[in-house]
Design a protein around this ligand. Structure first.
Ligand code: KG4
Ligand code: ZN
Length: 344
């Protein structure tokens, strides 16, 4: 079984809470999204996100406890995302977690959001399945694109990361260039199904041959100039047919997926690790999931994809990672602070 952890997640634009008993025992997972709050601005507005977290957090925590059939007496510790993220947003979750820890006299645990995405692939494994570690973790989300070495959930190091835009951010920006609405990733992915991935020649930026870092700002600019004409940033969208738009989406998606898969396989080669895990919002992308499956099968590498419902931000993954930290005695005091960056 294992300890029962209540976790709170407010690092960006999802107010979330979850309860687990043991790192593979999800008992509840409640997420309040803020799409409608930010939609008309074309991106997350930090101050509005913080305010929405304040409005939602009590209800989300209560719902997560009720859905898990857990009350104060059943909870062994309170975990909370403390980094990385929007500082004002993180602070709301951290304040709520500290208040509960103090009022209920429970230990407090600070969780690194990227580490939680990195270990989320194990969340639904059967209780008796062997641990998937060591593994190469590809974490692809709206804020982060990283390759990590997960020796075990308590020993995670960064192998590479994006030097500019995150993969999900590129999806969101391409959706904005094509005026497709938000959230961009799932919309671009859906429209890409009707397009030809070989139609537009966008750059696959690999950086140095042995580099595990990523760069996605070039492809975003290439899409912008493809739509409007070289050096232009407006005026071209109305000339595109629905099929043209689908071709742009499919070609863009194929580029991003090719780079993500190539770098992940390079990490496998460089480290000799034979298991790959994938998490984060973009891990919900069907084309990425299928292409990784094919690449891993061809090399005899084991692939564990995070279940779809735990790809985008959620409280269950924070609770699961918090459970590992709790078992190891890695507790925080009420002095726990929010940090915008991910490195420890
Ligand atoms: O992990 P997440 O919820 O938040 C961050 O930690 O950033 O990831 C959100 C990102 C957004 O950029 C969204 O567009 C992208 O994940 N996303 C997708 C898909 N579903 C969500 N990108 C591509 N294809 C999808 N199916
Ligand atoms: Zn995330």
């Amino acid at each position: 079984m294992g300890p029962t952890i209540l976790a709170i997640e407010t690092s960006c634009d999802e107010t979330a809470a979850g309860v687990v008993t043991g790192p593979r025992g999800v008992r509840s997972n409640v997420v309040a999204t803020q799409f409608d709050v930010h939609a008309k601005y074309g991106g997350v507005v930090p101050e509005l996100a913080s305010r929405a977290h304040i409005e939602n957090i009590d209800g989300v925590i209560q719902e997560a406890l009720a859905a898990a059939g857990a009350d104060r007496g059943r909870i062994d510790a309170i975990a909370v995302t403390c980094r990385p993220g929007l500082t004002g947003c993180l602070l709301i979750g951290i304040t709520a977690a500290k208040s509960l820890a103090l009022a209920w006299d429970k230990p407090l645990i600070g969780v690194n959001h990227i580490h939680a995405h990195a270990t989320s692939a194990a969340i639904d494994l059967p209780a008796d399945a062997p641990e998937p570690w060591p593994a190469i973790a590809l974490v692809v989300s709206g804020g982060h694109t990283s390759l990590l070495m997960v020796r075990d959930p308590l020993d995670i190091t960064t192998l590479g990361l994006t030097i500019d835009d995150a993969a999900g951010e590129a999806f969101d920006k391409v959706a904005s260039i094509l005026d497709l609405g938000c959230p961009g990733g799932p919309i671009v992915a859906r429209i890409a199904e009707k397009g030809d991935p070989r139609k537009c020649d966008f750059p696959r930026t690999m950086l140095a041959r042995d580099s595990l870092d990523f760069s996605f700002s070039g492809i975003k600019t290439a899409v912008l100039y493809h739509v409007h004409g070289p050096g232009k940033t407006s005026g071209g969208l109305s000339r595109l047919t629905a099929q043209d738009v689908a071709d742009v989406c499919a070609s863009f998606q194929a580029c991003v997926v090719d780079v993500l898969v190539a770098k992940t396989m390079l990490a496998v080669e460089q480290t000799g690790v034979r298991t790959v895990v994938v998490g984060g919002g973009v891990a919900a992308n069907r084309c990425l999931r299928d292409t990784l499956q094919t690449a891993c099968e061809a090399r005899g590498v084991r692939l564990i994809l995070t279940p779809m419902r735990y790809c985008t931000d959620n409280g269950a993954m924070i609770a699961a990672q918090g459970c590992h930290l709790f078992r190891a005695g890695r507790l925080e005091t009420l002095a726990l602070e929010a940090r915008a960056t991910g490195e420890l």
